[in-house]
Design a protein around this ligand. Structure first.
Ligand SMILES: [Zn+2]
Ligand SMILES: [Zn+2]
Length: 469
């Protein structure tokens, strides 16, 4: 959807962020939510995390021209428009999460995943233990590592030797389908293992001993929580005799080698926003949120599951939230700074991929037609990705003639608020609503020398950074 007018400097926007029911809810209730949080939610959701305020403040500016934009022009037909900056927040901006998922999918396909079949492994834990990961969030990374170690041991049972590496990309998810707390791990796991010289040994899944795998997973999670002093032997003993242990591993989703679309859908699924605007089906007159689960018909991603395969889960498929309760439920999933939700293990770890890149560089040293190194490739992808992430749309393509457009100037609210207001007023794009005041904290004085926008490059690092194992 584009919004244009005849003034110089058109605006091109893919969406109207302020029209979303979530935006309206946040704008109206967030301050009250923060104020009452310690009394009303502290006990259940843990102490107030300042990241929540920071992320929400940025979310409210996402896509709003008043907070800065780039001016782009087509060198061929002189088409021109403004592109607002996006907020790049995790877990509270569906638009930015979606963009991040696209970048991640691109990166995995082009730089990380081998051209072999993969399985999705979904590692879940009993409800009783999930709460520990809410209050001690750094344990989420350890949970993901325990999932990889489980894969390693299961593969070892099949292969019977030690000199190999499984390949896994792990995604930490903290939410269930009704935005409830549900810490679990999704793994994109190669359907086999790699030898040190890069030979792939397929491990057919029917062979996998599922029950044994779930026992290994259970023991690893118990060890993790016991070592942290969070559970004792008595608790472990009592949980060991549960008929349904609650430790599950689902490996039913398979992605064939070369199925790029299937992989992209899977990546988007495992890195999606904790809530979906499409599922916020209604705001009632008193602002209650009617939210529906994604599994309304008990479908399973990415294909329909047979009814008998379905795991027991939440039987409700909708929930009515009070506005503040909805904010509490959603914001608990905003990750802390430095909390990496995507992690790389084994053959896909940073270390392994770095070693392979070095080796390729050595081999290619003397060749005349040298292919791009992984570093060069990464730089190229990073730039293309950043362009799309920093702006609201891809500013490189002219909607009139398809020519590559150029950014001709940037306008940043931090240093050019007056200029921005003047331009937007001139173009009839200024909204009279006063921008939301900043939160109460000490702001750094603006750097007047600065002419380039301060892009938050850590955004891309957030998804590019990996855990080596
Ligand atoms: Zn053009
Ligand atoms: Zn955003």
């Amino acid at each position: 959807m584009s919004q244009k007018n005849n003034m110089p400097g058109k605006v091109y926007r893919t969406r109207d962020p302020e029209a979303s029911p979530f935006y309206k809810l946040v704008e109206k209730y967030f301050d009250e939510f923060e104020r009452v949080y310690p009394d009303r939610y502290g006990l259940r959701f843990g102490f107030w995390r300042p990241i929540i305020r920071r992320a929400i403040d940025k979310f409210l500016k996402c896509g709003d021209l008043r907070h800065g934009f780039a001016r782009v022009r087509c060198p061929k037909c002189n088409e021109e428009f403004f592109v607002a900056f996006s907020c790049k927040q995790r877990g509270c901006c569906p638009s930015c999460d979606q963009k991040r998922a696209l970048v991640l999918g691109h990166r995995l396909r082009n730089e990380v995943l081998a051209d072999v079949p993969h399985r999705q492994w979904v590692f879940t834990i009993p409800k009783r233990l999930r709460v520990y990961f809410r209050f001690t969030r750094h344990l989420l990374g350890k949970l993901c590592k325990a999932a990889y170690e489980t894969v390693y041991e299961v593969m070892q049972l099949e292969i019977g030797e030690e000199d190999f590496l499984p390949a896994m990309v792990g995604a930490i998810q903290t939410f269930g389908s009704l935005t409830n707390w549900h810490s679990h791990v999704h793994g994109i796991v190669a359907e086999g293992v790699f030898t040190p010289d890069g030979h792939f040994i397929a491990v057919p899944y029917p062979q996998l001993q599922r029950q044994r795998a779930e026992e290994i997973w259970r023991d690893k999670v118990f060890d993790l929580l016991f070592d942290e002093g969070l559970i004792d032997l008595e608790t472990i003993g009592s949980m060991m005799v549960w008929k349904h242990s609650g430790f599950n591993i689902d490996t039913s989703v398979r992605i064939e080698a070369g199925d790029h679309d299937g992989m992209q859908r899977l990546v988007e699924y495992i890195s999606r926003c904790p809530f979906s605007l499409a599922r916020m089906i209604k705001l009632t007159d008193d602002d209650k949120v009617l939210y529906r689960a994604n599994h309304a018909n008990c479908t399973r991603y990415p294909m329909f599951g047979k009814e008998m395969d379905l795991r027991p889960g939440m039987s409700r498929n909708y929930q009515v939230f009070e506005p503040l309760d909805f904010l509490a439920s959603v914001t608990q999933h905003i990750p802390n700074k430095g909390e990496h939700q995507i992690r790389y293990y084994g053959w896909y770890s940073n270390k392994s991929r770095g070693m392979r890149a070095d080796k390729r560089k050595t081999i290619n040293n003397d060749s005349i037609d040298e292919p791009l190194t992984e570093y060069q490739l990464k730089r190229r992808i990073t730039w293309a990705a950043l362009i799309k992430c920093v702006y609201e749309v891809d500013p490189l393509k002219c909607p009139n003639c398809g020519e590559e457009m150029r950014v001709i100037s940037f306008f940043e609210a931090k240093t050019q608020a007056d200029v921005i207001k003047r331009i937007l007023k001139h173009c009839g794009l200024w909204k009279n609503k006063e921008p939301r005041p900043p939160p109460l904290r000490i702001l750094k004085p603006p750097d007047v020398e600065q002419s380039e926008p301060q892009c938050d490059y850590s955004f891309f690092d957030d998804i590019a950074l990996c855990d080596s194992f």
